[in-house]
Design a protein around this ligand. Structure first.
Ligand SMILES: Cc1cc2nc3c(=O)[nH]c(=O)nc-3n(C[C@H](O)[C@H](O)[C@H](O)COP(=O)(O)O)c2cc1C
Length: 357
Protein backbone atom coordinates (compact mmCIF):
# COMPACT_ATOMS: atom_id res chain seq x y z
CA UNK A 1 0.00 0.00 0.00
CA UNK A 2 1.36 3.48 -0.79
CA UNK A 3 2.06 5.79 2.12
CA UNK A 4 0.66 9.28 2.45
CA UNK A 5 4.11 10.83 2.03
CA UNK A 6 4.95 8.85 -1.14
CA UNK A 7 4.94 11.01 -4.28
CA UNK A 8 2.35 10.13 -6.88
CA UNK A 9 2.02 10.75 -10.61
CA UNK A 10 -1.13 10.82 -12.65
CA UNK A 11 -1.16 9.56 -16.23
CA UNK A 12 -0.51 13.14 -17.27
CA UNK A 13 1.09 16.13 -15.58
CA UNK A 14 3.91 16.57 -13.07
CA UNK A 15 4.69 14.43 -10.05
CA UNK A 16 2.83 15.29 -6.86
CA UNK A 17 4.94 15.45 -3.70
CA UNK A 18 2.50 13.65 -1.37
CA UNK A 19 -1.02 12.21 -1.27
CA UNK A 20 -2.77 14.97 0.66
CA UNK A 21 -5.21 16.82 -1.57
CA UNK A 22 -7.26 19.85 -0.66
CA UNK A 23 -10.95 19.19 -1.35
CA UNK A 24 -12.89 21.69 -3.44
CA UNK A 25 -14.45 24.06 -0.92
CA UNK A 26 -16.95 26.76 -1.84
CA UNK A 27 -16.03 29.79 0.22
CA UNK A 28 -18.07 32.72 -1.17
CA UNK A 29 -15.00 34.96 -1.03
CA UNK A 30 -14.75 36.03 -4.69
CA UNK A 31 -16.12 39.22 -6.21
CA UNK A 32 -19.72 39.36 -7.41
CA UNK A 33 -18.64 39.03 -11.05
CA UNK A 34 -16.67 35.85 -10.31
CA UNK A 35 -13.28 37.55 -10.33
CA UNK A 36 -10.74 36.28 -7.82
CA UNK A 37 -10.44 38.25 -4.59
CA UNK A 38 -7.43 38.64 -2.29
CA UNK A 39 -9.28 36.61 0.36
CA UNK A 40 -9.73 33.63 -1.96
CA UNK A 41 -6.10 33.89 -3.11
CA UNK A 42 -4.86 34.01 0.49
CA UNK A 43 -7.07 31.10 1.63
CA UNK A 44 -5.89 28.76 -1.14
CA UNK A 45 -2.20 29.66 -1.31
CA UNK A 46 -2.01 29.26 2.47
CA UNK A 47 -3.13 25.61 1.99
CA UNK A 48 -0.43 25.14 -0.68
CA UNK A 49 2.13 26.52 1.82
CA UNK A 50 0.70 24.16 4.43
CA UNK A 51 1.96 21.14 2.52
CA UNK A 52 -0.95 19.90 0.38
CA UNK A 53 0.47 18.04 -2.64
CA UNK A 54 -2.53 19.15 -4.67
CA UNK A 55 -4.74 22.18 -4.11
CA UNK A 56 -8.14 22.28 -5.74
CA UNK A 57 -10.17 25.44 -6.14
CA UNK A 58 -13.80 25.72 -5.11
CA UNK A 59 -16.51 24.91 -7.64
CA UNK A 60 -15.94 27.48 -10.40
CA UNK A 61 -18.84 28.15 -12.73
CA UNK A 62 -18.52 27.81 -16.50
CA UNK A 63 -21.59 29.87 -17.41
CA UNK A 64 -23.03 32.95 -15.69
CA UNK A 65 -26.32 31.09 -15.37
CA UNK A 66 -24.46 28.20 -13.72
CA UNK A 67 -23.61 30.19 -10.59
CA UNK A 68 -24.75 28.41 -7.44
CA UNK A 69 -23.44 30.64 -4.67
CA UNK A 70 -22.89 34.34 -4.00
CA UNK A 71 -19.21 35.24 -4.25
CA UNK A 72 -18.47 32.14 -6.33
CA UNK A 73 -15.29 32.04 -8.42
CA UNK A 74 -16.06 32.20 -12.16
CA UNK A 75 -14.42 30.96 -15.36
CA UNK A 76 -17.13 31.84 -17.85
CA UNK A 77 -15.33 34.82 -19.38
CA UNK A 78 -11.81 35.77 -20.48
CA UNK A 79 -12.04 38.51 -17.85
CA UNK A 80 -11.47 35.82 -15.23
CA UNK A 81 -8.14 34.67 -16.65
CA UNK A 82 -5.99 37.40 -15.04
CA UNK A 83 -7.06 36.56 -11.48
CA UNK A 84 -6.89 32.83 -12.14
CA UNK A 85 -3.36 33.20 -13.51
CA UNK A 86 -2.29 34.83 -10.27
CA UNK A 87 -3.98 32.04 -8.31
CA UNK A 88 -2.41 29.19 -10.30
CA UNK A 89 1.02 30.81 -10.03
CA UNK A 90 0.63 31.28 -6.27
CA UNK A 91 -0.28 27.61 -5.77
CA UNK A 92 2.38 26.30 -8.16
CA UNK A 93 5.13 28.42 -6.58
CA UNK A 94 4.56 26.59 -3.31
CA UNK A 95 5.33 23.28 -5.03
CA UNK A 96 1.71 22.17 -5.10
CA UNK A 97 -0.30 20.93 -8.09
CA UNK A 98 -3.13 23.30 -9.01
CA UNK A 99 -6.49 21.94 -10.14
CA UNK A 100 -9.56 24.02 -10.87
CA UNK A 101 -12.99 22.51 -10.31
CA UNK A 102 -15.39 23.18 -13.21
CA UNK A 103 -18.99 23.51 -12.13
CA UNK A 104 -22.49 24.41 -13.24
CA UNK A 105 -25.23 24.50 -10.63
CA UNK A 106 -28.08 23.77 -13.07
CA UNK A 107 -31.33 23.97 -11.16
CA UNK A 108 -29.55 24.00 -7.77
CA UNK A 109 -29.47 27.78 -7.67
CA UNK A 110 -31.87 30.67 -7.23
CA UNK A 111 -33.37 32.89 -9.93
CA UNK A 112 -32.59 35.85 -7.64
CA UNK A 113 -28.88 35.02 -7.69
CA UNK A 114 -28.52 34.53 -11.45
CA UNK A 115 -31.17 37.03 -12.57
CA UNK A 116 -32.99 34.53 -14.78
CA UNK A 117 -34.83 31.22 -14.64
CA UNK A 118 -32.45 28.37 -13.71
CA UNK A 119 -31.83 25.67 -16.33
CA UNK A 120 -31.65 21.91 -16.07
CA UNK A 121 -31.80 18.86 -18.37
CA UNK A 122 -35.58 18.77 -17.85
CA UNK A 123 -38.11 21.25 -16.53
CA UNK A 124 -38.74 21.07 -12.80
CA UNK A 125 -41.87 22.34 -11.05
CA UNK A 126 -40.32 22.42 -7.58
CA UNK A 127 -37.50 24.81 -8.47
CA UNK A 128 -39.14 26.45 -11.49
CA UNK A 129 -36.17 25.42 -13.68
CA UNK A 130 -36.70 25.18 -17.43
CA UNK A 131 -35.35 22.46 -19.72
CA UNK A 132 -32.29 23.22 -21.83
CA UNK A 133 -32.85 23.12 -25.59
CA UNK A 134 -30.71 20.75 -27.66
CA UNK A 135 -28.54 23.68 -28.83
CA UNK A 136 -28.12 24.81 -25.23
CA UNK A 137 -26.83 21.36 -24.22
CA UNK A 138 -24.24 21.56 -27.00
CA UNK A 139 -23.29 25.02 -25.73
CA UNK A 140 -23.07 23.72 -22.16
CA UNK A 141 -20.58 21.05 -23.26
CA UNK A 142 -18.62 23.67 -25.17
CA UNK A 143 -18.56 26.01 -22.16
CA UNK A 144 -17.17 23.28 -19.88
CA UNK A 145 -14.45 22.66 -22.49
CA UNK A 146 -13.85 26.40 -22.82
CA UNK A 147 -13.52 26.57 -19.02
CA UNK A 148 -10.77 23.95 -19.18
CA UNK A 149 -9.02 25.86 -21.97
CA UNK A 150 -9.10 29.02 -19.83
CA UNK A 151 -7.82 27.11 -16.80
CA UNK A 152 -4.90 25.82 -18.87
CA UNK A 153 -4.18 29.33 -20.18
CA UNK A 154 -4.17 30.57 -16.60
CA UNK A 155 -1.49 28.01 -15.71
CA UNK A 156 -3.49 25.37 -13.82
CA UNK A 157 -2.14 21.83 -14.10
CA UNK A 158 -5.63 20.53 -14.71
CA UNK A 159 -9.33 20.56 -13.97
CA UNK A 160 -11.84 18.44 -12.13
CA UNK A 161 -15.35 18.08 -13.54
CA UNK A 162 -17.92 18.46 -10.77
CA UNK A 163 -20.20 15.52 -11.47
CA UNK A 164 -21.36 15.24 -7.85
CA UNK A 165 -23.85 16.59 -5.30
CA UNK A 166 -26.83 17.03 -7.59
CA UNK A 167 -25.40 19.83 -9.77
CA UNK A 168 -25.74 20.05 -13.57
CA UNK A 169 -23.61 17.08 -14.65
CA UNK A 170 -25.29 15.00 -11.94
CA UNK A 171 -28.70 16.26 -13.10
CA UNK A 172 -27.88 14.80 -16.52
CA UNK A 173 -26.64 11.53 -15.05
CA UNK A 174 -29.73 10.86 -12.96
CA UNK A 175 -32.92 9.38 -14.39
CA UNK A 176 -34.75 11.27 -11.61
CA UNK A 177 -33.79 14.66 -13.02
CA UNK A 178 -33.24 13.84 -16.69
CA UNK A 179 -36.30 12.83 -18.70
CA UNK A 180 -35.07 14.17 -22.01
CA UNK A 181 -36.08 12.43 -25.18
CA UNK A 182 -33.07 13.42 -27.29
CA UNK A 183 -29.62 11.80 -27.34
CA UNK A 184 -28.86 13.23 -23.86
CA UNK A 185 -31.69 11.41 -22.07
CA UNK A 186 -33.14 7.91 -21.77
CA UNK A 187 -30.52 5.18 -21.40
CA UNK A 188 -27.69 5.52 -18.90
CA UNK A 189 -25.32 5.74 -21.86
CA UNK A 190 -27.22 8.78 -23.17
CA UNK A 191 -27.47 10.44 -19.75
CA UNK A 192 -23.71 10.09 -19.25
CA UNK A 193 -22.89 11.36 -22.74
CA UNK A 194 -22.65 15.02 -21.67
CA UNK A 195 -19.86 14.09 -19.25
CA UNK A 196 -18.04 11.96 -21.83
CA UNK A 197 -18.34 14.63 -24.51
CA UNK A 198 -16.88 17.21 -22.15
CA UNK A 199 -13.94 14.90 -21.43
CA UNK A 200 -13.38 14.30 -25.16
CA UNK A 201 -13.57 18.03 -25.87
CA UNK A 202 -10.98 18.80 -23.20
CA UNK A 203 -8.68 16.07 -24.50
CA UNK A 204 -8.93 17.57 -28.01
CA UNK A 205 -8.42 21.18 -27.01
CA UNK A 206 -5.97 21.01 -24.08
CA UNK A 207 -2.36 19.87 -24.01
CA UNK A 208 -1.15 16.29 -23.59
CA UNK A 209 0.01 17.00 -20.02
CA UNK A 210 -3.22 18.58 -18.86
CA UNK A 211 -4.75 16.69 -15.93
CA UNK A 212 -8.49 15.87 -16.00
CA UNK A 213 -10.34 14.42 -13.04
CA UNK A 214 -13.98 13.67 -12.35
CA UNK A 215 -15.82 13.97 -9.05
CA UNK A 216 -18.82 11.73 -8.41
CA UNK A 217 -21.06 11.25 -5.39
CA UNK A 218 -22.35 7.72 -5.73
CA UNK A 219 -25.74 7.72 -4.06
CA UNK A 220 -28.78 9.86 -3.54
CA UNK A 221 -29.34 11.56 -6.89
CA UNK A 222 -27.61 8.88 -8.99
CA UNK A 223 -28.24 5.20 -8.22
CA UNK A 224 -25.28 3.32 -6.76
CA UNK A 225 -25.37 0.66 -9.46
CA UNK A 226 -25.11 3.33 -12.16
CA UNK A 227 -22.36 5.17 -10.28
CA UNK A 228 -20.31 1.98 -10.16
CA UNK A 229 -20.84 1.39 -13.89
CA UNK A 230 -19.84 4.98 -14.62
CA UNK A 231 -16.71 4.75 -12.45
CA UNK A 232 -15.75 1.54 -14.25
CA UNK A 233 -16.12 3.11 -17.68
CA UNK A 234 -14.22 6.26 -16.71
CA UNK A 235 -11.33 4.18 -15.40
CA UNK A 236 -11.24 1.65 -18.23
CA UNK A 237 -11.11 4.35 -20.90
CA UNK A 238 -8.18 6.15 -19.19
CA UNK A 239 -9.18 9.47 -20.70
CA UNK A 240 -9.23 10.91 -17.20
CA UNK A 241 -6.33 10.96 -14.74
CA UNK A 242 -8.19 10.63 -11.48
CA UNK A 243 -11.55 9.80 -10.04
CA UNK A 244 -12.54 11.65 -6.88
CA UNK A 245 -15.27 9.90 -4.92
CA UNK A 246 -17.16 12.32 -2.70
CA UNK A 247 -18.61 9.96 -0.08
CA UNK A 248 -19.35 12.51 2.70
CA UNK A 249 -18.27 9.75 5.11
CA UNK A 250 -15.59 7.29 4.01
CA UNK A 251 -16.53 4.89 6.82
CA UNK A 252 -20.24 4.60 5.99
CA UNK A 253 -22.22 1.83 4.37
CA UNK A 254 -24.44 2.46 1.35
CA UNK A 255 -27.97 3.77 1.82
CA UNK A 256 -29.43 1.16 -0.56
CA UNK A 257 -30.18 -1.93 1.49
CA UNK A 258 -29.17 -4.39 -1.20
CA UNK A 259 -25.60 -3.01 -1.10
CA UNK A 260 -25.14 -2.92 2.69
CA UNK A 261 -22.66 -5.13 4.58
CA UNK A 262 -19.55 -3.37 3.28
CA UNK A 263 -18.49 0.24 3.05
CA UNK A 264 -19.66 2.47 0.23
CA UNK A 265 -16.01 3.23 -0.50
CA UNK A 266 -15.17 -0.44 -1.03
CA UNK A 267 -17.41 -0.64 -4.12
CA UNK A 268 -14.95 1.71 -5.80
CA UNK A 269 -11.62 0.68 -4.29
CA UNK A 270 -12.09 -2.89 -5.52
CA UNK A 271 -12.67 -1.89 -9.17
CA UNK A 272 -9.91 -2.35 -11.69
CA UNK A 273 -8.75 1.22 -12.18
CA UNK A 274 -6.00 0.64 -14.79
CA UNK A 275 -3.76 3.73 -14.53
CA UNK A 276 -6.45 6.08 -13.29
CA UNK A 277 -5.84 7.20 -9.71
CA UNK A 278 -8.61 6.94 -7.14
CA UNK A 279 -9.12 9.23 -4.18
CA UNK A 280 -11.82 9.67 -1.56
CA UNK A 281 -13.24 12.44 0.61
CA UNK A 282 -15.52 12.40 3.63
CA UNK A 283 -14.91 12.86 7.34
CA UNK A 284 -11.18 12.16 7.35
CA UNK A 285 -10.24 14.29 10.34
CA UNK A 286 -7.33 12.87 12.31
CA UNK A 287 -3.86 11.51 11.52
CA UNK A 288 -5.07 8.04 12.55
CA UNK A 289 -7.96 8.27 10.07
CA UNK A 290 -5.57 9.39 7.35
CA UNK A 291 -3.39 6.31 7.97
CA UNK A 292 -6.41 4.00 8.15
CA UNK A 293 -7.88 5.16 4.83
CA UNK A 294 -4.51 4.93 3.09
CA UNK A 295 -4.66 1.19 3.91
CA UNK A 296 -7.90 0.85 1.93
CA UNK A 297 -6.46 0.65 -1.57
CA UNK A 298 -6.89 4.34 -2.36
CA UNK A 299 -4.19 6.35 -4.14
CA UNK A 300 -4.73 9.60 -2.26
CA UNK A 301 -7.05 11.22 0.24
CA UNK A 302 -8.83 14.52 0.29
CA UNK A 303 -9.39 16.79 3.26
CA UNK A 304 -12.21 19.33 3.36
CA UNK A 305 -13.25 20.50 6.80
CA UNK A 306 -10.01 19.32 8.42
CA UNK A 307 -8.15 21.61 6.01
CA UNK A 308 -10.34 24.57 6.95
CA UNK A 309 -9.39 23.98 10.58
CA UNK A 310 -5.65 23.61 9.86
CA UNK A 311 -4.17 25.11 6.69
CA UNK A 312 -1.00 23.10 7.41
CA UNK A 313 -2.56 19.74 8.27
CA UNK A 314 -0.03 17.89 6.01
CA UNK A 315 3.02 19.71 7.42
CA UNK A 316 1.87 19.10 10.99
CA UNK A 317 1.15 15.46 10.14
CA UNK A 318 4.64 14.94 8.72
CA UNK A 319 6.39 16.79 11.51
CA UNK A 320 4.57 15.25 14.41
CA UNK A 321 2.41 12.15 14.12
CA UNK A 322 0.67 12.84 17.42
CA UNK A 323 -0.69 16.11 16.06
CA UNK A 324 -4.26 16.44 17.38
CA UNK A 325 -6.52 18.64 15.28
CA UNK A 326 -8.90 21.03 17.02
CA UNK A 327 -12.50 19.91 17.30
CA UNK A 328 -15.66 21.67 16.18
CA UNK A 329 -17.25 23.97 16.99
CA UNK A 330 -14.31 26.34 16.63
CA UNK A 331 -14.15 30.05 17.31
CA UNK A 332 -14.22 32.74 14.63
CA UNK A 333 -10.79 33.82 15.88
CA UNK A 334 -9.36 30.37 15.21
CA UNK A 335 -10.79 30.40 11.68
CA UNK A 336 -9.46 33.89 10.99
CA UNK A 337 -6.01 32.76 12.11
CA UNK A 338 -6.29 29.95 9.54
CA UNK A 339 -6.87 32.38 6.67
CA UNK A 340 -10.67 32.13 6.57
CA UNK A 341 -12.23 35.52 5.88
CA UNK A 342 -15.41 36.89 7.48
CA UNK A 343 -17.39 36.07 4.29
CA UNK A 344 -16.30 32.45 4.42
CA UNK A 345 -17.02 32.25 8.14
CA UNK A 346 -20.56 33.49 7.47
CA UNK A 347 -20.99 30.70 4.90
CA UNK A 348 -19.53 28.14 7.32
CA UNK A 349 -22.16 29.14 9.86
CA UNK A 350 -24.68 27.39 7.60
CA UNK A 351 -22.80 24.11 8.27
CA UNK A 352 -24.28 22.81 11.55
CA UNK A 353 -21.87 22.66 14.48
CA UNK A 354 -18.85 24.03 12.61
CA UNK A 355 -18.50 27.53 14.05
CA UNK A 356 -18.95 28.25 17.76
CA UNK A 357 -19.89 31.48 19.51
C1 LIG B 1 -17.84 24.61 3.25
C2 LIG B 1 -17.86 23.51 2.23
C3 LIG B 1 -17.84 23.82 0.89
C4 LIG B 1 -17.83 22.81 -0.08
N1 LIG B 1 -17.75 23.14 -1.42
C5 LIG B 1 -17.61 22.16 -2.34
C6 LIG B 1 -17.37 22.50 -3.70
O1 LIG B 1 -17.22 23.66 -4.09
N2 LIG B 1 -17.28 21.47 -4.59
C7 LIG B 1 -17.40 20.16 -4.20
O2 LIG B 1 -17.30 19.25 -5.05
N3 LIG B 1 -17.58 19.82 -2.91
C8 LIG B 1 -17.67 20.79 -1.97
N4 LIG B 1 -17.79 20.44 -0.66
C9 LIG B 1 -17.61 19.04 -0.25
C10 LIG B 1 -16.14 18.81 0.12
O3 LIG B 1 -15.29 18.92 -1.01
C11 LIG B 1 -15.91 17.41 0.76
O4 LIG B 1 -16.14 16.40 -0.17
C12 LIG B 1 -16.81 17.20 1.96
O5 LIG B 1 -16.77 18.32 2.81
C13 LIG B 1 -16.41 15.95 2.75
O6 LIG B 1 -15.08 16.04 3.18
P1 LIG B 1 -14.70 16.52 4.67
O7 LIG B 1 -15.49 15.66 5.62
O8 LIG B 1 -13.21 16.31 4.74
O9 LIG B 1 -15.09 17.95 4.80
C14 LIG B 1 -17.86 21.44 0.33
C15 LIG B 1 -17.89 21.14 1.69
C16 LIG B 1 -17.87 22.14 2.63
C17 LIG B 1 -17.82 21.78 4.11
Amino acid sequence: MPKINNPISFLRGPKIKNRFMLAPLTNCQSHEDGILSEEEYHWLTMRAKGGFGLVMTCATHVQAVGQGFPGQLGIFSDDHIEGLTKLARGINEEGSISILQLHHAGKKTLADLIGEIPVSPSGDKKTGARALSHEEVILLIEDFVEGAVRAEKAGFHGVELHGAHGYMICQFLSAKTNSREDEFGGSFHNRASVLFRIIDGIRERCGDDFIVGVRLSPEGVVKLEESIALAKQLMMEEKIDFLDMSLWDVFKEPLEEAFQGQTLMSYFTRLNRKNVKLGVAGKIRTPAEVEAIMQENVDWIMLGRAAILHHDFPNRFFQKKEFRPVENPVSREHLESEGVSKKFITYLESWPGFVGQ
